[in-house]
Ligand binder design. Structure first.
Ligand code: CO
Length: 291
């Protein structure tokens, strides 16, 4: 990795870290999801950076991939466990970071994912395996009486690419990629009071373009016009203004022009916490870009 690219990763990380920390303070009982998310997303744009994906705000058993709908009326309530997952890019170089805010009495649950993240970061160096990081995550979470979410993983990052090798598991295994200097990836432990597995809900608010083939429908064309400079990075239904957009979105998912990301949730009534940082592997450890 050359210095110019390294600096862009660092810049994206610094912006993401600052905005996530400040933005999380806005999570209070009675505050609207919509207002909070819109204000945090605007700050990224004000910094001259871009969103690598719509700000994810996932509550309680929802682990990932929720974001407010265009007319979302939900507000934060007492007892909520709210996850904010922010992706920022500078010229395509991505920082991915998440934190959890507790509006109840769940400090031990939050400590589980937070300590899991720190334990995994300590293991990062060339020659370590992704499975060793997963084992550290699993130990920290299970020793506190919770379950790591086994079917969600951290992921490698590249220019305009959100998911690539290495995959960083949240449970130990003997396999997995051997880490090398210069690799960039996000580590994101999830701790759950539920089953430790997520399934898909019917709610879909986030999409990405997966094909460049031309579309004829005017509403579909208008949507692709809005998202074409995203290089395939995800976007939100909330960012669109086209009438008939929902019909067009469904049609484009069916024709495999778009991919939809359903909300991922553990069992109803469970609580999930998440902490995430992006790291760059160095000769003797790693740099955490999102501290
Ligand atoms: Co991530």
């Amino acid at each position: 990795m050359n210095d110019e690219i390294f600096e862009k990763y660092i810049e994206a990380g610094a912006i993401a870290s600052r905005i996530l920390r400040e933005g999380a303070k806005g999570i209070r009982i009675g505050e609207s999801y919509f207002d909070l998310v819109e204000s945090i997303e605007s700050k990224v744009r004000e910094e001259g950076a871009s969103l690598a994906f719509p700000l994810n705000l996932s509550i309680n058993e929802d682990a990932a991939h929720d974001t407010p709908s265009p007319a979302d009326i939900r507000i934060f309530e007492k007892g909520d466990v709210a996850k904010l997952d922010l992706g920022v890019h500078v010229d395509g170089f991505i920082a991915d970071t998440a934190t959890t805010i507790d509006l109840g009495n769940n400090s031990l649950l939050l400590a589980a994912s937070e300590n899991a993240l720190e334990a995994a970061i300590k293991k990062v160096r060339p020659g370590a395996t992704a499975g060793e990081l997963g084992a550290a995550v699993q130990h920290e979470i299970e020793s506190r009486g919770y379950r790591p979410i086994a079917n969600l993983t951290g992921h490698g990052l590249d220019r305009y690419v959100l998911h690539r090798a290495p995959s960083i598991p949240n449970v130990g295994n003997n396999k997995g990629t051997t880490l090398e200097e210069g690799m960039v990836f996000a580590i994101e432990p999830f701790a759950s009071t539920g089953s430790g597995h997520v399934g898909e809900k019917s709610r879909v608010e986030i999409y990405s373009q997966i094909s460049q083939k031309p579309v004829r429908n005017p509403a579909a064309r208008a949507i692709l016009e809005i998202v074409r400079d995203r290089h395939g990075l995800p976007f939100s239904r909330r960012w669109l203004t086209e009438r008939k957009q929902d019909i067009a979105l469904s049609a484009m998912v069916r024709s495999q022009t778009l991919h939809g990301y359903p909300v991922l949730a553990d069992i109803a009534g469970s609580l999930v916490s998440q902490h995430e940082h992006t790291v760059i592997v160095t000769a003797d450890g790693c740099v955490v870009t999102t501290r």
